[in-house]
Ligand binder design. Structure first.
Ligand code: ASP
Ligand code: MG
Length: 470
């Protein structure tokens, strides 16, 4: 079987974790499977790089140096666990060289004081540039022939939309095949950096945060793999967050479109962009648990999968976005509403604030927008600064301590009464609903409630919709 395996940062925090990764790959290789690997940066590295970038911009050099040292010593620490002296020396050399490159570019940028999207992507790429050779060395030490490749070296080409680059699928498919097939045929496991790619003229790009999943999907499709496995520290996709409801269980099978909805509403086990790639293809995706490697995990299938036992189920799972902030904008004139909405969305998007939900009433010039609570300060500032005192807007207020609950399932499409039952569940528990939305795809119904009601709401829906029945 040909398998593409993706290992994320959450399961690659230290040397012991990476040893586990090497063991898993070794296991399948010895069974005769062809394995290609896609890796993220070691857990938390990309966040640190983002933090460093902030300090470059504000020219806080001392702080930047300190953070660089800590990234270097973390990676060198892991490298120390490579027993073979030659491999260890080689990998240490690679880590040091990469850190020098990073330092030079970072210092150069901080002298100029201008961080362009292009140089930002270049610096962001170092997390994966560092992790791939380290993982490769651990695999070699376990006797697995392996080769580290950057996304660009592997053949992933994108446009030059830095920070959120789009793969150019035709060239990418061709090149990935050309570069990786010979390795697989020779029994070498390619270890490809997730997240980072290259323009056709060789400039480094990134696919957006969490983009390693997309890399894995692109590689899986190009290589016409039999399966694409996302190794995780959870047993699979769950019917609900087990922290909110202990009776949640693993979803054995879910359709791509449902998984995308779950991901959008907080249960981001796999990046939605990677799931989008799967909708119209034959490739099977599977979520597997690194701590229970023989467990079944979750299988993600096409909507018309003939063996999907729960095909008729109305609801597949419940997702929750926690810590949501509601902004209410009251306009002076109804006619101005579309303009207000357009302007508000533009302002929020410039601040890189995610809009989670919008509701607009028709009787009043009133728009409510839900955003992550963490962004509420920035969002309120920019909206007040730009809109108050203009003829468009009379008042802007904000309220925190909300969450958004989404019930997801393709079975609700065309089934009358689902919404009524969802809201009856809430009413029976005396839970007040603040705003409601239903995606036009009819794959989800989502609503906003107080965070204090989240547990009761999830448990109620889980029971009333019999999600505990396998
Ligand atoms: N390292 C990148 C990030 O943290 C990409 C990924 O992990 O998927 O966003
Ligand atoms: Mg990830």
């Amino acid at each position: 079987m040909r398998i593409v395996m993706k290992f994320g940062g959450a399961i690659m925090r230290d040397a012991d974790d990476i040893l586990k990764v090497a063991e898993i790959v070794k296991g399948y290789r010895s069974k005769g499977d062809e394995v290609a690997v896609v890796v993220s940066a070691l857990g938390g590295t990309t966040d640190s790089l983002v933090e460093i970038m902030k300090n470059i911009a504000y020219a806080k050099k001392a702080r930047m140096e300190k953070m660089l040292d800590s990234i270097a010593s973390r990676h060198l620490g892991v490298t120390k666990r490579i027993e073979d002296p030659k491999l260890a020396e080689e990998t240490e050399g690679t880590v040091n060289r990469l850190m020098d490159d990073f330092r030079n570019v970072a210092l150069g940028i901080s002298h100029i004081g201008e961080l362009t999207p292009r140089s930002r992507d270049f610096l962001l790429s170092f997390g994966e540039r560092l992790s791939a050779p380290i993982v490769t060395a651990f695999m070699k030490q376990r006797g697995v022939e392996a080769k580290a490749l950057s996304g660009g070296e592997a053949g992933i080409m994108t446009d030059d939309c830095f920070g959120e680059a789009e793969p150019l699928i035709n060239v990418t498919n061709m090149q990935l095949k050309q570069n990786l097939e010979p390795l697989l045929k020779e029994g070498i496991t390619p270890v490809i950096t997730g997240f980072i790619a290259s323009t056709q003229s060789g400039v480094t790009t990134t696919l957006g945060r969490g983009g390693s999943d997309l890399t894995a999907a692109v590689v899986g499709h190009a290589l016409e793999a039999d399966e694409l496995w996302f190794w995780k520290d959870v047993p699979g996709m769950m019917t609900a967050d087990p922290l909110l409801f202990s009776g949640a269980r693993v979803i054995e099978k879910i359709a791509f479109k449902e998984a995308i909805e779950m991901a959008h509403f907080g249960a981001m086990v796999i990046h939605p962009k990677a799931l989008e790639q799967g909708i119209n293809n034959e490739l099977v995706y599977r979520i597997r648990n690194i701590d229970d490697p023989d467990g079944r995990g979750t299988l993600i299938v096409r909507a018309d999968d003939p063996d999907d036992a729960k095909k008729g189920a109305v609801i597949r799972g419940i997702s929750v976005i926690d810590k949501v902030y509601l902004i209410n904008i009251s306009g002076a004139r109804l006619v101005g509403t579309p303009r207000v909405v357009a302007r508000v969305l533009e302002l929020l998007s410039n601040e890189e604030v995610d809009v989670l939900m919008i509701s607009q009433s028709s009787s009043e010039a009133n728009v409510s927008i839900a955003i992550p609570e963490a962004d509420s300060g920035d969002a309120m500032n920019i909206l007040e600064l730009s809109l108050l005192g203009t003829s468009l807007v009379r008042e802007i207020t904000g309220e925190g301590n909300y969450c958004i609950v989404a019930v997801v399932g393709k079975g609700m499409k065309g089934t009358p009464g689902v919404a009524a039952n969802v809201f009856k569940s809430m009413a029976d528990r005396k839970i007040n609903i603040r705003t409601i939305a239903q995606g036009s795809s009819e794959l989800n119904i989502s609503f906003m409630i107080s965070r204090d009601d989240a547990k009761v709401a999830v448990e109620a829906l889980h029971r009333d919709f019999r999600l505990d029945e396998a």
